[in-house]
Design a protein around this ligand. Structure first.
Ligand code: IPM
Ligand code: MG
Length: 369
C-alpha cells in the first residue's frame, strides 16, 4: 500500500480550458503558502489528451503512482474533439475513469448551489432557484460505467451488438448511502434516493438496501425514494424540495448536469470524489470542476475559474479538515461576485467582464482583505 503524503496536491490540468483554470488554483495555493504558512506541496503532470499526445496513453503509470501518493488530486478537465476517434482505451476520459476506479473514489459529491448574485443567470424563474442548495451524491466506481461484460461484438445475422452491464452489490450501495446520510445530518437531514426500481432489478436492490441501512443506522434522517425520471422532472418543477440526493453512477451523471443548470452556469460548480478512510483516518480524493474542457473557448482567457477554485475549497474542507480556510476561500468568491465581477459565462447587465486570470487575481485580493 502506497503511503499518502500529507498536504501534497497533484495538479492535473488536462485539456482545453483545464490548464487555464488550474493556473488560478496554483496562484491560490501559493497565496495560502505565503500568507497562512500552510506548507502545501504541489506537483503537476499530464492527463487526458495532453498525455496521449506526448506518451500515447491518457495517463502514464508514473502519473498514476503520483496520484496514489498525494493527499488530493486537483483535476482541470479532459477531452476534446481532437481525440474523438481514438479507441476507447486511449480516450482522454479513460484517465478520469481509471483514477476514479483505481483510487476507489466511490462517493462523488456534487453540490448545486444558486448564488444569490446569480439568480438571474439561471434559465429558470428566480423564485424557483433562489436559495437553492442541493447536494447530489453520485456513486462513482460501479454501475454501468464499469460492469462486465461490455463491448461491441459481431452477432450471427451479420449485425453487431453493443453490451454494457449494470450491476450493484449491497456493500457498494451501502457505502455510498452512508456518505449521503452522514452529509444530510449536517444539512437539512433529508435524503432522496433515486433509481429505476420499476424496471431494473439492480434498482430494486438499491432501494431495498438504502431503506434497510436507514432503518438500521439512520432512523433520524428523513428518507424518501424517487424514480430517477421523476427526479429529473422534479428538479425543474420544484428543486428546493431536495436536500441530499443519492443515486447511481449513470443517473448521477445526468441529474448532476441538470441540477447544475438550475444554478445558472456550469462554470461555478465544484465536485469532490472521495474514497473510504483507512485505519489512520487517511482518505484518497480527487477534486474537479463539473464542467468539461470547453475546447471552443480554450486559450482565450474566457473560462470561469470559480468551479475549480471552489473544488480546491472542497479539498481544504474534506481532505485536510481546514474548514476555516475553506470558508475564507468560499467567502472571497462571494465577495468578488458581490463586487459585480463576472467572467463571460455569467455576465449580466450592470456587471463587469473579467478574464480567467483577472477573476483569480480578484479572488486573491479578497483573500488578502
Ligand atoms: C462527469 C463526466 C464524465 C462522466 C465523463 C467525462 C467521462 O461527464 O464527470 O460527469 O461521464 O462521468
Ligand atoms: Mg457528466
Amino acid at each position: 500500500m502506497i503511503k499518502i503524503k500529507k498536504r501534497k496536491f497533484l495538479l492535473l490540468p488536462g485539456d482545453g480550458i483545464g490548464p487555464e483554470v488550474i493556473a488560478e488554483v496554483k496562484k491560490i495555493i501559493n497565496w495560502f503558502n505565503t500568507n497562512k504558512s500552510l506548507d502545501f506541496e504541489i506537483d503537476e503532470d499530464l492527463a487526458g489528451g495532453a498525455s496521449y499526445d506526448k506518451h500515447g496513453t491518457p495517463i502514464t503509470d508514473e502519473v498514476f503512482y503520483k496520484a496514489l501518493e498525494c493527499e488530493a488530486v486537483i483535476l482541470g478537465a479532459v477531452g476534446g474533439p481532437k481525440w474523438d476517434n481514438l479507441e476507447f482505451s486511449k480516450k482522454p476520459e479513460r484517465a478520469l475513469l481509471k483514477l476514479r476506479k483505481e483510487l476507489k473514489l466511490f462517493a462523488n459529491l456534487r453540490p448545486a448551489i444558486c448564488f444569490k448574485q446569480l439568480v438571474d443567470a439561471s434559465t429558470l424563474k428566480p423564485e424557483i432557484v433562489s436559495g437553492l442548495d442541493i447536494m447530489i451524491v453520485r456513486e462513482l466506481t460501479g454501475g454501468i460505467y464499469f460492469g462486465e461484460p461490455r463491448g461491441i461484438k459481431p452477432i450471427d445475422n451479420g449485425e453487431r451488438k453493443g453490451i454494457n452491464t449494470h450491476t450493484y452489490t449491497t456493500s457498494e450501495i451501502e457505502r455510498v448511502a452512508k456518505v449521503a446520510f452522514d452529509l444530510a445530518r449536517k444539512r437539512k437531514n433529508k435524503v432522496t434516493s433515486c433509481e429505476k426500481s420499476n424496471v431494473m432489478e439492480a434498482g430494486l436492490l438499491w432501494k431495498e438496501d438504502v431503506q434497510a441501512l436507514h432503518d438500521r443506522e439512520y432512523k433520524d434522517v428523513e428518507l424518501s425514494h424517487m424514480l430517477a425520471d421523476n427526479c429529473a422532472m422534479q428538479l425543474l418543477r420544484n428543486p428546493k424540495q431536495f436536500d441530499v440526493i443519492v443515486t447511481d453512477n449513470l443517473f448521477g451523471d445526468m441529474l448532476s448536469d441538470e441540477a447544475s443548470m438550475l444554478t445558472g452556469s456550469l462554470g461555478l460548480l465544484p465536485s469532490a470524489s472521495l474514497g473510504a478512510k483507512n485505519k489512520d483516518g487517511e482518505m484518497r480524493a480527487m477534486y474537479e470542476p463539473i464542467h468539461g474542457s470547453a475546447p471552443d473557448i480554450a486559450g482565450k482567457g474566457l473560462a470561469n475559474p470559480i468551479a475549480t477554485i471552489l473544488s480546491f475549497a472542497m479539498a481544504l474542507r474534506y481532505s485536510l479538515d481546514l474548514d476555516k480556510e475553506a470558508d475564507l476561500l468560499e467567502k472571497s468568491v462571494q465577495d468578488v461576485l458581490d463586487k459585480g465581477l463576472r467572467t463571460k459565462d455569467i455576465m449580466s447587465q450592470g456587471t463587469k467582464e473579467v478574464s480567467t486570470s483577472q477573476m483569480g487575481d480578484a479572488i486573491i485580493a479578497c483573500l488578502q482583505n
